[in-house]
Design a protein around this ligand. Structure first.
Ligand SMILES: NC(=O)c1ccc[n+]([C@@H]2O[C@H](COP(=O)([O-])OP(=O)(O)OC[C@H]3O[C@@H](n4cnc5c(N)ncnc54)[C@H](O)[C@@H]3O)[C@@H](O)[C@H]2O)c1
Length: 331
């Protein structure tokens, strides 16, 4: 018998007012798990927190975070809160090191003081940098090429040290490209500015943008456009649920890639969006963008074997259709 019951545990979802965190709150609720959301609403939305209680607080305020942990007890902390724009991180690295690294340290330090030892961290494929081989597995060298990726990799290294010194156990999930939306159409992806391909294409389909700009069509890929690995937000969240079980039962720190192991080119995504929305998607091809690599695809078999993770929505059609249905409800 398991030494804990999943429906008895208390989970803190930091960054739960954002895209992925809000979906996580819903999945926890549906699984009968009590969750609290801590968020400063810097890039998230109050109305996205439909499940669980929202505590409005900024991780930058170390003393307030420490007091919060003194007054509340949690079994597991899930950490989705960070800034996520690669381009902005190059222009303003201080903002990224502050929020993604220093503020995460505030969170971890409060956890250590109050003996909360289970942590699930949202990391990213950006920690790997330019792929030395593809698909990318977890032992691929880590050479992030921008401050966003570096700030996330710094947290991963801090987690290793905190485990060794303080016994903090963590599961790090390295997402490739999060996509899709709540299949019920209740929650959606909302980033300002939006830098993710599928919602940008859907803005064109909805008549809110004149065209999609494709950066480079002369890459060494079958149709010349970049190939990325998209993973449905529901599948990301189901991996987090499995990570809770793994962490509580084995009490060992681990790192897993989360992707589908299959890439889609920009042109393929545009075609699929045209098919699903039945709207024309105008494209404008311009020069390559510095820093874009031709192919980024995950080797995610470790999550499948060790977490028993079986993505339900690996088809690009599902990801685009769910995002389209949810975005239409938003507007
Ligand atoms: N979206 C993707 O494709 C993707 C890919 C790889 C990794 N990730 C990681 O997943 C996580 C979630 O991404 P997302 O797309 O949901 O982002 P998001 O911007 O939608 O959500 C982040 C949430 O964190 C909150 N937040 C930020 N700083 C905070 C602070 N100092 N204190 C309290 N709350 C704070 C924001 O208000 C927001 O609600 C991030 O850590 C990101 O690095 C995302």
């Amino acid at each position: 018998m398991k030494p804990y019951k999943m429906d008895n545990i208390k989970v803190l979802v930091v960054g739960g007012a954002g895209f992925i965190g809000s979906h996580m709150l819903k999945m926890l609720h549906k699984s009968g798990i009590h969750a609290t959301c801590l968020d400063d609403l810097s890039t998230g939305y109050r109305e996205a927190v439909r499940y669980g209680t929202l505590v409005e607080m900024d991780l930058a305020h170390a003393a307030a975070i420490e007091k919060f942990f003194a007054e509340n007890s949690f079994d597991v902390v899930m950490h989705f809160a960070s800034f996520i724009q690669v381009g902005e991180s190059v222009l303003d690295p201080a903002k990224y090191y502050q929020n993604n690294f220093i503020n995460t340290k505030n969170l971890l330090d409060a956890m250590i003081i109050h003996n909360v030892n289970n942590f699930i961290f949202s990391s990213t494929a950006a920690i790997y940098g330019d792929p030395q081989y593809t698909p990318i597995n977890e032992i691929h060298p880590k050479h992030p090429v921008n401050p966003y990726g570096r700030s996330k990799w710094m947290v991963e290294q801090m987690l290793e040290d905190y485990d060794r010194a303080y016994g903090l156990k963590s599961i790090t999930l390295r997402y490739f490209n999060a996509a899709g939306a709540d299949p019920d159409g209740e929650l959606a992806e909302r980033h300002i500015p939006e830098t993710h391909l599928i919602p940008i294409i859907l803005r064109v389909a909805a008549g809110k943008s004149p065209h999609l700009q494709i950066f480079g069509s002369d890459y060494d890929t079958p149709d010349g456009t970049c190939i990325r690995d998209y993973v449905h937000v529901e599948d990301l969240c189901s991996a987090h649920l499995l990570a809770i079980e793994k962490l509580l039962s084995e009490k060992k720190s681990r790192q897993y890639n989360l992707g589908n192991g299959q890439g889609f080119s920009v042109k393929e995504v545009v075609e699929e969006a045209g098919r699903i929305t039945k709207r024309p998607i105008a494209v404008l091809v311009s020069a390559r963008r510095p820093g874009d690599v031709p192919v980024l695809v995950a080797e995610a078999s470790l999550a499948r074997t060790e977490l028993n993770w079986h993505p339900q929505y690996s088809s690009l059609g599902d990801m685009v259709a769910h995002a389209w249905a949810a975005n239409k409800k938003l507007s």
